[in-house]
Design a protein. Structure first.
Length: 101
């Protein structure tokens, strides 16, 4: 818990806010909590990739009516895109095209 708070401290989030967020995440089954020691230790129940996929799927459906092009347009228009990022995006798109053939 303390490690998470330290990691996001630069965003001026109160310790109690971090704790409450992690408690809610525990209630929703996103975290498991080890209560064997005085201070509780939290662990992720699902991996980062799976969590990202679920979040993006939810965002895509709820905010973009399922439109992938609109989601990507918003993500890419938020700030300048570095040439290396554009090259990586092109590579990924080529891979997706090959998989869909």
């Amino acid at each position: 818990m303390r490690e998470v708070h330290e990691a996001i401290r630069s965003h001026r989030v109160a310790y109690t806010t971090t704790l409450k967020t992690m408690q809610v995440m525990h209630e929703k089954g996103l975290l498991r909590r080890d209560e064997s020691k005085r201070s509780h230790v939290y662990h992720a129940r699902v991996g980062e990739e799976r969590t990202q996929r679920q979040l993006v799927r939810s965002l895509l459906d709820q905010a973009f009516s399922g439109s992938r092009p609109t989601l990507l347009l918003r993500a890419l228009s938020d700030r300048p895109v570095a040439p290396e990022e554009l090259a990586e995006l092109r590579r990924i798109l080529r891979e997706v095209e090959k998989e869909n053939e």
